[in-house]
Design a protein around this ligand. Structure first.
Ligand code: GDP
Ligand code: MG
Length: 294
């Protein structure tokens, strides 16, 4: 008997910080998307691909839904909208106690949508039975057509059942990507994201949101990968903050990022970091294009 191949785009959407990236990483089994407890950690639409003999699931992790305040955030919301358009299955991720999506138009669109929808209540490890039941009741009323799936992405609890439901819903189709592929992103992307994660973890307030990373060099040699990256800031005054007293801060960022990258690439890494100003890059169309946001 011929085995029919299934494939499709499964796009994860939701408010900031509900665990979208944690879920994608858990489903794919790789740390493709960076995770922190800060909103707007994810800026791009990032693909994570799961391949089995009889199916290929192409997950999309997306930025959390916000009201954009500058052009970078407008582009981020364009990534979210694109995830509405090509989905074969939509995963709307919420956490206990949460109400609606932080954009009314998108929320209404989601309600009217006819794409198969799984409403995933994440972080159930943080709640109890009665509260979870109340939460499920709320969402059942809001989205009568959705299937409600409670999970804890952090503990991979319920993720296997979820994966099974996703595969059930996939249409018959040949694969969209090479069956060896894990993501559509080049290696350099993971270098810049790893550095950006350290910026999110080590700096306060507006700094992480003003930073972009450009990987200038990625040279793989027999026993080492040599990397050089520039940390771009939006204002001159932010340069000194990134560098820190006697260069301590940037050194810490470099060390931590290098450790993570060595675990990711399974190879020794040499990482050089520089800081430059790209004045108000978050509102500059040319810069946004250059950094892959347009
Ligand atoms: P995103 O902004 O939706 O992509 O959320 P992230 O995946 O970056 O996660 C945001 C925060 O929620 C991080 O601190 C995660 O560790 C945490 N988180 C994600 N999933 C769970 C979960 O199932 N339980 C708990 N307790 N925390 C979680
Ligand atoms: Mg994320």
């Amino acid at each position: 008997m011929e085995i029919k191949h299934k494939a499709g785009f499964v796009n994860i959407i939701g408010n900031p910080n509900v665990g979208k990236s944690t879920l994608m990483n858990a489903l794919v089994g790789e740390r493709l998307s960076i995770i922190t407890n800060k909103a707007q950690t994810t800026r791009h639409r990032i693909l994570g691909i799961v391949n089995q003999l009889e199916y290929q699931v192409v997950f999309s992790d997306t930025p959390g839904v916000i009201q954009p305040a500058y052009k970078l955030q407008e582009s981020m919301m364009d990534f979210v909208k694109s995830a509405f358009q090509d989905a074969d299955v939509l995963l709307y991720l919420v956490e206990p106690g949460e109400k609606r999506l932080k954009d009314d138009a998108l929320y209404e669109r989601l309600k009217k949508n006819e794409i198969p929808l799984l409403l995933i209540i994440n972080k159930i490890d943080t709640t109890d039975g009665p509260k979870l039941e109340a939460c499920a009741d709320y969402w059942r009323e809001e989205f009568p057509r959705a299937e409600i799936v409670p999970i804890s992405a952090l503990n991979s609890f319920g993720t296997e059942t979820l994966m099974q439901r996703i595969v059930d819903l996939l249409p018959e189709s040949p694969p969209f990507f090479d069956k060896e592929a894990l993501t559509d992103r080049p290696e350099r992307f993971f270098v810049s994201e790893s550095i950006r994660k350290q910026i999110l973890l080590n700096y306060k307030k507006e700094i992480p949101y003003s930073v972009e990373i450009e990987v200038e060099e990625f040279k793989e040699e027999a026993d080492i990968i040599r990397m050089r990256a520039i940390i771009l800031v939006a204002r001159e005054t932010q340069k000194g903050i990134i560098i820190g007293h006697q260069g301590k801060m940037i050194k810490k960022v470099g060390t931590e990022a290098r450790k993570e990258l060595e675990a990711f690439f399974l190879k020794k890494i040499h990482l050089e970091l520089y800081v430059k100003v790209a004045k108000d890059w978050r509102n500059n169309d040319r810069d946004l294009k250059r950094f892959g946001y347009k």
